[in-house]
Ligand binder design. Structure first.
Ligand code: AMP
Length: 206
């Protein structure tokens, strides 16, 4: 099962994705984590994206799509993925559909964590104190939130039109959000299972 954790910066996508990897054996693919790892390693890619990330801008579609493709190939036997922070543009969403299709898979569900904009800045400031992320400051956050509304939010109608979008209240406690997501995934699981069952089992049971 392939799930997208969707939401603005600091909505709790990473926290919830990590819980799901532990509970369901899905693999978390966070493009933000991959890019931060590239920076820590001092690779050319890391050097190329450092300034863009610190400013709060999006790195190119080409770079993040290549990172995701690489991970899909490295984890061919995975039972599914949780995409965290990807896709962030319509171009990325289309590329993801194509990549999964080529592997006889698809996006099964998109969980949108709904959090008011005015709560997010407080969360970013708190995370800066805990993790020291350079882009967790008021200036970069403004750009990240602007990019979310301009480039990422347009994906909502894209997935809603496919009947894949579910909204969860991201303001609730972590455990409450996790249970709400679990309910959504259990419903998706039943759908995925029944759509992959042969017709005679769907009709006669078994
Ligand atoms: P995140 O940890 O998801 O908040 O990502 C941190 C930063 O990495 C973002 O502000 C972007 O600069 C970059 N980034 C992560 N994922 C993507 C993506 N899918 N597309 C473009 N840039 C990304």
């Amino acid at each position: 099962m392939n799930i997208i954790m969707f939401g603005p910066p600091a909505a709790g996508k990473g926290t919830q994705a990590k819980l799901l990897t532990a509970q369901r054996g899905l693999i978390q693919l966070s493009t933000g984590d991959m890019l931060r790892a590239a920076r820590t390693s001092g690779s050319d890619l890391g050097k190329k994206v450092a300034g863009i990330m610190d400013r709060g801008d999006l790195v190119s579609d080409e770079i993040v799509i290549a990172l995701i493709e690489e991970q899909l190939d490295l984890n061919k036997d995975a039972s599914g993925f949780i995409f965290d922070g990807f896709p962030r543009t319509v171009e990325q969403a289309k590329a993801l559909d194509k990549s999964l299709q080529a592997r006889d898979q698809e996006v099964n569900g998109v969980v949108r964590l709904c959090v008011d904009d005015n709560v997010l800045l407080g969360r970013v400031e708190k995370r800066f104190k805990e993790e020291g992320r350079k882009d967790d400051n008021a200036e970069s956050f403004k750009i990240r939130l602007g990019n979310y509304h301009e480039q990422t939010a347009p994906l909502l109608p894209y997935y809603a039109a496919q009947g894949k979008l579910t909204e969860v209240d991201g303001l609730a406690e972590i455990d409450t959000v996790a249970s709400a997501i679990a309910q959504v995934l259990d419903m998706q699981k039943t759908d995925v299972e029944s759509s992959t069952k042969p017709w005679w089992k769907r009709i006669f049971g078994g």
